[in-house]
Design a protein around this ligand. Structure first.
Ligand code: NAD
Length: 297
């Protein structure tokens, strides 16, 4: 039987609606408007597209968007001074520094200069530690989106075997920690894993975050498993055109899986929706207000 398609685009729309209605309440009842500051250094075309999209969606849910576009040659001292200003600005509840940064800037230093309470990307070392120890953290947006879709589809994830392919700090590791937090038995696979297909065949939940087009084939998937495809890979579609594919071979995997996220339209749209959710959460925490239900880990 063909797998159920987990529609990330539709799910992201419901997340944005929840955020927007909570923002309306915050404005009416508390006179507070959540604010997200996005800092872009340089002119990387993909980053410019992301930043535009983030700013647009921030405004659409009723939040304030503050965009700071800095020259590619901006010094580390100037960037740190801007972050310090944003850390101390009460109108700013979330700060995101768009990565990658130009090579003369130390990304770790820059990210760790953000106030952890405003670190809506969840990359600050304090938030990594809080998540790793099962404490309340700001959680990286992409894995948070995956977790929301898994919880929505399964209800409880307790006791399920989860295999996360990829061990990056942005996706793989925080994803594994979140699944552990929901009482899955978690395996993290990576480029040195032996017999990856056999490891993946054990999984009730597969999260693929590798960056290799269509690497995970249907014969790696256990019958009825849930497959979350984080990969975004642009491949040649002939006649000078390109198309997006995930890390999972969709056609063969969807013939075996119980549920699967497509690419595009799966994990991708959830990432910005979770950024908005994190900004709202940060705003509520900063003001000692109840956090929005269903929008945090
Ligand atoms: P990364 O390059 O930082 O990490 C990739 C991981 O895959 C590494 O840990 C590596 O060990 C593992 N890997 C590489 N080759 C492998 C192999 N042959 N077998 C098993 N494991 C292997 O990438 P990332 O930042 O984690 O991103 C992964 C993918 O997810 C990329 O396609 C990226 O574009 C996509 N992504 C999507 C979103 C989204 O919003 N949907 C967000 C972030 C990343």
């Amino acid at each position: 039987m063909a797998a159920k398609v987990i529609d990330g685009k539709a799910f992201a729309a419901t997340v944005r609606e929840k955020v927007a209605s909570h923002v309306t309440r915050l404005k009416e009842e508390n006179g507070i408007t959540p604010g997200l500051a996005v800092v872009l250094v340089g002119e990387d075309p993909a980053s410019q597209v992301y930043v535009r999209s983030k700013g647009k969606q921030t405004v659409e849910v009723g939040m304030n968007s503050y965009e700071h576009k800095l020259d590619a040659s901006t010094s580390e001292a100037d960037l740190l001074a801007l972050i310090d200003k944003l850390n101390n600005d009460p109108a700013v509840h979330g700060i995101l520094v768009q990565l990658p940064l130009p090579s003369h800037l130390n990304s770790d230093l820059v990210i760790n200069s953000i106030d952890p309470a405003k670190d809506v990307d969840g990359f600050h070392i304090s938030n990594v530690g809080l998540l790793g120890t099962g404490q309340k953290a700001m959680v990286p947006c992409t894995p948070l989106g995956c977790l929301m879709m898994l919880r929505d589809y399964h209800g409880s994830l307790s006791g399920m075997n989860a295999v996360v392919i990829g061990r990056s700090n942005i996706v793989g590791k925080p994803m594994a920690n979140l699944l552990l937090g929901d009482s899955c038995t978690v395996t993290i696979a990576h480029s040195r894993t032996k017999d990856l297909a056999a490891v993946v065949r054990q999984a009730d939940i597969v999260v693929a975050a590798v960056g290799r087009p269509e690497m995970v084939h249907g014969d790696w998937i256990k019958e009825g498993a849930t497959v979350i495809d984080v990969g975004i890979n642009r491949v040649d579609a002939g006649e000078g055109k390109t198309r997006l594919v995930g890390d999972v071979h969709y056609e063969s995997a969807s013939a075996v899986a119980g549920a699967i996220t497509p690419v595009p339209g799966g994990v991708g749209p959830m990432t910005i929706a979770c950024l908005l959710a994190n900004t709202l959460t940060a705003c509520c925490r900063a003001n000692g207000l109840a956090e929005p239900e269903g929008l945090t880990a």
